[in-house]
Write a protein that binds this ligand. Structure first.
Ligand code: MG
Length: 331
């Protein structure tokens, strides 16, 4: 029989996280899974109640009753990837292809020129800006950002605005600025017709709204050109097959979760890079700056937009996993 344990943690954001969440403390759990053959793997479980997820305790209770939420299913799927490497004594990050990551600006009103200078000199060339709270200010900021920096920009509205607000946002951008917006992610709530109409203004990417797409009803190329894949939240095999079918680009991102979730996202991104070197764009796995550091984040060695290493077997953190306190999930 499979055995499960969890260990709850808290993360403290530095600032608000886009239009989705304020700066208050957030809760998640690390998950440990042991398979009947004795191999053990680790993963993260990090709900976003703001996106409709149930709190972390519910996912654990459901597992006790033998029911799996999509988040728990993905946690177990990822823990298995970790367990396979761990049992062989191999690191997930040895000799992997290099995946470049974007720089995430969660709250541009708190983003300083100094931080921008640092990010640029560290080698970041793509910047993802969270938006969806005040479209006029956001449009003006992004127009200015693009004029002053020769960088590529991604904008994520988390579907928090409507069609007319989107038009207002666009009205602040001239052709030169538009040309440097790689895509707009989840501009408005998913609706095939509305997305098709606004896809003519700027290229679109889909992330959380992908859940709402009825895949069997998509028979022609969809209005989005890029699929954002969060290994912690999405059935990866199904999503990758969809991207291949319609020749979509892919971006792997973390779920703005615990460093263990970040490590899994980095691992999955490098796995996809092996198979789809051109289809995979700059990814969004290095989201560690979103939260105050902890002992896990200090183990992730980066070089600007790239991961350098996380020491240990599997996704790493061996000594920390041994040390933290685990609570069994009795079923
Ligand atoms: Mg998103």
């Amino acid at each position: 029989m499979m055995k499960f344990w969890y260990s709850k943690y808290e993360l403290t954001p530095w600032n608000s996280i886009g239009a989705v969440a304020g700066p208050s403390i957030r809760e998640g759990a690390l998950v440990k899974v042991e398979w009947p053959n004795g191999v053990t793997g680790y993963s993260d479980l990090y709900p976003w109640p703001e996106l409709g997820d149930e709190p972390v305790d519910s996912h654990i209770e459901y597992l006790q009753k033998g029911r799996l939420t999509i988040l728990m299913e993905q946690s177990i799927w990822l823990a298995k990837k970790d367990a396979q490497l761990r049992s062989l004594g191999k690191s997930a990050f040895a000799g992997i292809p290099k995946v470049k990551n974007h720089y995430l600006i969660n709250d541009f009103t708190k983003f300083s020129d100094e931080q921008l200078k640092e990010a640029k000199s560290a080698g970041f060339t793509t910047f993802k800006i969270k938006a969806g709270r005040a479209v006029d200010e956001e449009g003006k900021y992004i127009a200015k950002f693009i004029k002053q920096n020769s960088l590529l920009v991604r904008v994520d509205f988390n579907a928090k605005i409507d069609f007319s607000e989107y038009e207002r946002f666009i009205s602040h951008l001239g052709p030169a600025e538009k040309a440097r917006i790689e895509y707009v992610e989840d501009p408005i709530e998913w609706d095939l017709e509305a997305w098709t109409e606004i896809s003519e203004m700027l290229p679109l990417a889909i992330d959380q709204e992908f859940d709402k797409v009825k895949l069997d009803q998509i028979t022609e190329p969809p209005p989005f050109k890029t699929l954002v894949l969060k290994p912690a939240r999405i059935d990866m095999e199904k999503a990758v097959a969809f991207a291949e079918k319609f020749d979509l680009k892919m971006v792997v991102t973390s779920s703005l979760d615990h460093p263990v979730g970040v490590a899994h996202a980095l691992f999955q991104a490098s796995e996809l890079k092996k198979v789809f070197p051109n289809r995979l764009l700059d990814c969004g796995c290095l989201s560690l700056r979103t939260y105050k550091p902890n002992e896990f984040s200090s183990q992730i060695q980066t070089a600007g937009p790239f991961l350098k290493d996380i020491r240990g077997t599997g996704i790493g953190f061996d000594a920390l996993f041994d040390r933290i306190e685990w609570t069994p999930i009795n079923r």
